[in-house]
Design a protein around this ligand. Sequence first.
Ligand code: HEM
Length: 117
Amino acid sequence: MKRLSAIPGILCISTILLVLAALAACGNNAPAPDDSSAEQLELTAAELAQYDGKDGQPAYIAIDGVIYDVTDVPQWKNGEHNGFTAGRDLTEEIKTISPHGVSKLKGLPVVGRLITD
Ligand code: HEM
């Protein structure tokens, strides 16, 4: 009789252990990899220079440390735009010379950031 009465207790403890194990497994899930940050480049000004939109190279420009891809922007055909060339830090130029300012950067693909060597 004693043995039979112990069975519900064992079942109850097993259930609790199973629930705890399931919760622990959930907690161990690795966070989803952040694809956007994984692909971000870190380029020095010298490295950025090769992305000038010439000879099949993409056209990148750096503004305030952020590198934008203007390869598919019609106004930046062949990495040229109103006398400016891609592959450079154009922070001062876009802010002081261009009539549009940084507004044109909105929506452009960000490919990385400019670093000092
Ligand atoms: C990054 C540095 C940039 C500089 C220094 C610059 C400079 C200039 C300048 C000087 C003009 C006037 C041209 C004229 O007098 O007719 C101009 C116009 C223009 N730029 Fe830029 N630009 C830059 C980036 C961009 C970007 C990233 C885009 C587009 C994604 C863009 C789109 C345009 C357009 C559409 C115009 C025609 C005028 C307007 O809509 O405001 N520019 N830019």
